[in-house]
Design a protein around this ligand. Structure first.
Ligand SMILES: [Cu+2]
Length: 142
């Protein structure tokens, strides 16, 4: 390789690497992190909130970081709680927001629905006799 070709090769590699870094940020780099516990007493908990609720912006990217602790019962697939987003107006599920939780910490990179309004998070795993009370308000702002 001539010196000129070598330099040209190095430059092109540099350009390719920076283009890659520019278009593919690490997963969750720009997403706001929301930490939740799905607890053994069949309740969602968020540090600093007496009654947990989530407020986000339409179309926002969020990283849901969930710590799940096993209640009295769980699914055969090992899921111990669920985290499913419903539209409050008609109780329909939001695509991509039907999550099953395993014991311990897990992260989900999600996009908030584009439609502002009231939503509800519900648990879909029969996790104890108190399972029916496992839900949380979720508000999407414009
Ligand atoms: Cu449950």
């Amino acid at each position: 390789m001539t010196a000129y070709a070598k330099i040209r090769h190095m430059l092109m590699c540099g350009v390719a690497v920076s283009a890659l870094l520019g278009t593919v940020p690490p997963a969750g780099a720009q997403a706001r992190i929301i930490e939740i516990t799905a607890d053994r007493d069949s309740r969602y908990k968020i540090a600093g909130q007496r009654i947990p609720e989530i407020t986000v912006k339409a179309g926002e990217r969020i990283m849901l970081r969930v710590t799940a602790n096993r209640g009295k019962s769980w699914n055969r697939d090992g899921s111990i709680h669920g985290f499913t987003l419903l539209r409050a107006k008609d109780r329909t599920k939001v695509d991509g927001w039907d999550l099953l939780l395993k014991p311990g910490k897990q992260e989900f990179l999600l996009t908030v629905p584009n439609e502002p309004g009231l939503y509800e998070v519900i648990c879909t795993v029969i996790c104890s006799q108190d399972h029916e009370g496992m839900h949380m308000k979720f508000t999407v702002l414009t």
